[in-house]
Ligand binder design. Structure first.
Ligand code: DQA
Length: 145
């Protein structure tokens, strides 16, 4: 089983960026955590990060036929991007949305998630652990399908 893990804008600045909200660990450490979690789950996981909406749309389109599922933290595009929502709907791969922080407890503009409308589950507020939970959930969902 092969999953695509997508991280959106500013997540490359983890560790530097608002550490009180997103933690002190950097993006490289997140990549290591995802690789180790995938290994433990016995699945393959490829990671992609971009600060550009169109690049994320391109990557989602390319996932069709290449991956069994998608884990996505669209970051700020969560709350603005109909293009990412439409791309997820277009490929129709099972997708799980992840947020490091608990967006339900934050500003009102973070309460809407467009991407989430195309996802089978949302994991929020668990930090890095959310990515492991998303991969674990997708693995069992895909195995049952
Ligand atoms: C985030 C939450 C978003 O609201 C924010 O714009 C991010 C990160 C999270 O992981 O908690 O960049 O997706």
């Amino acid at each position: 089983m092969k999953l695509l893990i997508i991280n959106g804008p500013n997540l490359n600045l983890l560790g530097v960026r608002e550490p009180d909200i997103y933690g002190k660990q950097d993006y490289r450490t997140l990549l290591d955590f995802i690789a180790q979690s995938a290994n433990e789950l016995g699945i393959e996981a490829d990671c992609f990060q971009s600060n550009h909406e169109g690049d994320i749309v391109d990557k989602i389109q390319q996932a069709l036929g290449a991956y069994d599922g998608i884990v996505i933290n669209p970051a700020a595009y969560t709350h603005t991007s109909v293009a990412i929502l439409d791309a997820l709907k277009a490929v129709a791969l099972p997708a799980v949305e992840v947020h490091l922080s608990d967006i339900s407890q934050r500003e009102s503009f973070r309460q809407v998630s467009y991407a989430g409308m195309a996802c089978i589950k949302t994991v929020k507020g668990l930090g890095f652990e959310g990515y492991r939970e998303a991969m674990r959930f997708l693995k069992s969902y895909i195995n049952k399908a």
